[in-house]
Design a protein around this ligand. Structure first.
Ligand code: NAG
Ligand code: NAG
Length: 403
């Protein structure tokens, strides 16, 4: 064997070693997913390196990469697409062109990206909103809320809340020909978090007359207290959203101070004064046996009260909707929750299913056994997966039947 072929062989082995990640056998298109994930990991490595050099913040690198996927608001034969502002918050608005006699339905969509990255203009989000507008003949409002690290909690929540509140005004609903009884708030990942938080806070807002008919939470993040749930343990290094990145997203939502990130990474961030909140995220009670498997519940280990005092956001139900008391859950709309088996956030969604059902809220739970976090992102070429299309169709079909 010549030196050249030896080098080539060595290079291929190295590439294969880098690309290979343990993707569960049940997941289709495994190699394509591994390649996509290798892309994500490379970006993460570049971001880490650039941050270590002191050049940029980690999230700025991720943001640069996601912004490659931004597309202009282009109308097509079915939907008129415009970028505008509701209550001073930018939104991308999708209005169906089809003439219909009755009032339309509406979906307020909140994109994911860990409160730090992403945007309604990203091609997969743009496409998802188009499909929703087209299939449901509904008005879709995709919210462009401000992001960390430039803006921390509660800015993200407040931006989304301002848009929802603006849209639910009688005069605004009438302007868009929307039926006040058929409005949904929906979001994926961090967007599902914001959707759940907004739905809760609306219940106490006497100024809002229209009620949401549905909340749709797609693999949502719902709690900050226990970052060692069975789903975090089982999926620590699964594709797209490793635990380390989720911890980074959570801590960055509240502060760029690394001491919160470090405390969260070792699950010792909650002060003893807040011990009463743990009952809301006690997976030992809230997870069905199937998901508990042979995991052993360990009592929480408490952290310093300094972090809790400095960054009270992580103990706030507007950031962690699972921390709301049962009495705060009454009156929530019909809830659709989609969870993915191979996702650190799986148990957040499942625990919310249990909590809501306990207080009598109607919950439809779609658990996708062969799915990873962020499945809905994979609907545009060249990173499209059959899984992405399947999950998108399932969700939109459900909305069409129930909104
Ligand atoms: C418009 O709607 C029709 C019918 O649903 C569909 O076949 C067509 O692909 C849509 N056009 C675009 C650009 O999405
Ligand atoms: C969680 O639930 C288990 C089982 O019911 C119980 O033994 C434990 O005390 C609970 N822990 C907290 C912090 O609520």
């Amino acid at each position: 064997m010549g030196t050249k072929s030896l080098c080539l062989l060595l290079a291929s082995v190295l590439v294969a070693y880098y690309v290979y990640t343990p993707v569960p056998e049940t997941i289709e298109e495994r190699w394509k997913l591994m390649l996509i994930n290798a892309g994500f990991r490379s970006v993460a490595h570049v971001a880490e390196f650039a941050e270590w050099l002191g050049l940029v913040h980690y999230m700025e690198v991720l943001m640069m990469i996601t912004s490659i996927e931004y597309i202009a608001p282009i109308s097509d034969e079915n939907v008129t697409v415009t970028d505008t502002k509701f209550n001073n918050v930018p939104v991308r608005l999708y209005v169906p062109r089809k003439q219909s006699s009755g009032l339309k339905r509406a979906v307020i969509y909140i994109h994911g990206g860990g409160w730090c990255v992403g945007g309604s203009a990203m091609e997969p989000y743009d496409l998802l909103s188009r499909w929703t507008a087209n299939e449901l003949n509904a008005v879709v409002i995709s919210v462009e809320y401000r992001l960390a690290p430039l803006h921390h909690f509660p800015v993200q929540f407040e931006d989304v809340y301002a848009v929802v509140k603006f849209f639910l005004q009688t005069s605004v609903l009438a302007r868009y020909g929307v039926d006040p009884n058929r409005v949904c708030v929906s979001g994926d990942s961090a967007g599902g978090n914001l959707a759940a938080a907004v739905a809760q806070q609306l219940l106490d807002d006497l100024e809002v007359k229209a009620k949401l008919k549905i909340q749709a939470l797609l693999y949502p993040a719902l709690q900050t207290l226990d970052l060692d749930l069975p789903s975090y343990k089982e999926n620590e290094n699964k594709p797209i959203l490793p635990k380390s990145l989720m911890v980074r997203f959570w801590s960055e939502y509240f502060t760029t101070d690394v001491s919160l990130k470090e405390a969260m990474a070792s699950n010792r961030h909650v002060p003893a004064e807040s011990s009463h909140l743990f009952r809301f995220v006690n997976w030992s009670n809230l997870l069905p046996e199937k998901f508990k498997k042979d995991h052993v519940y360990a009592s929480p280990i408490y952290g310093s009260s300094r972090l809790g005092k400095k960054y009270p956001g992580f103990l706030d139900p507007r950031a962690a909707p699972l921390l709301a008391d049962d009495t705060k859950l009454f009156g929530l709309p019909v809830t659709y929750i989609l969870t993915c088996q191979h996702d650190v956030l799986r148990d957040d969604g499942i625990m919310y299913v249990s909590r809501l059902r306990k207080v009598g809220i109607e919950v439809i739970h779609d658990h996708i056994e062969d799915a990873i976090h962020g499945a809905l992102m994979f609907i545009t070429s060249p990173t499209d997966l059959a899984l992405g299309h399947r999950v998108a169709n399932k969700y939109i079909e459900w909305l069409n039947m129930n909104l």
